[in-house]
Design a protein around this ligand. Structure first.
Ligand code: ZN
Length: 140
């Protein structure tokens, strides 16, 4: 089931230029920065109460985030819904006629399993299903 909004993805041209707004002006805490090769992005997670903001900077002009910025400019890119049993979620959505960008989950930031829903099926909103990975100390 869908549990909560896990994070909101925001496309930015440059993390370096964007971060001060969040960390200095808005006084939010930077949780960490990581590279997600599978999505061609460098991401910064910012803690915002009981959810997070995910700033996305493209690693190359081929990255979907680069294409998004080229077309629509910087701004809100996707809403991530925290789910459990992501493969079952994907199956139910597909059976309901929802088009998926990812027919099976792949690894996203934080070792979460993620899958994107096609915005043509969701009135223009790019939703990411996100099943959080286990915290590091519980792995292995
Ligand atoms: Zn995301």
């Amino acid at each position: 089931m869908i549990k909560q909004i896990d994070h909101i993805g925001i496309a930015v041209r440059s993390l370096e230029e964007s971060l001060p707004l969040y960390t200095e002006t808005l006084k939010l805490e930077l949780e960490g920065i990581e590279i997600v090769e599978s999505q061609g992005v460098k991401v910064a997670f910012i803690l915002a109460g009981n959810t997070r903001l995910e700033l996305l900077e493209a690693l190359s002009s081929e990255s979907p985030v680069a294409k998004f910025i080229e077309k629509r400019g910087e701004g809100i890119h996707h809403v991530a819904l925290g789910v459990d049993d992501i493969e079952a979620r994907i199956k139910v959505l597909r059976e309901s006629g929802i088009r998926m960008i990812d027919d099976t989950s792949r690894k996203g930031a934080h070792d979460a399993d993620v899958a994107f829903v096609h915005p043509k099926s969701t009135a223009g909103v790019l939703y990411e299903l996100c099943e959080p990975g286990l915290p590091k100390e519980e792995q292995g």
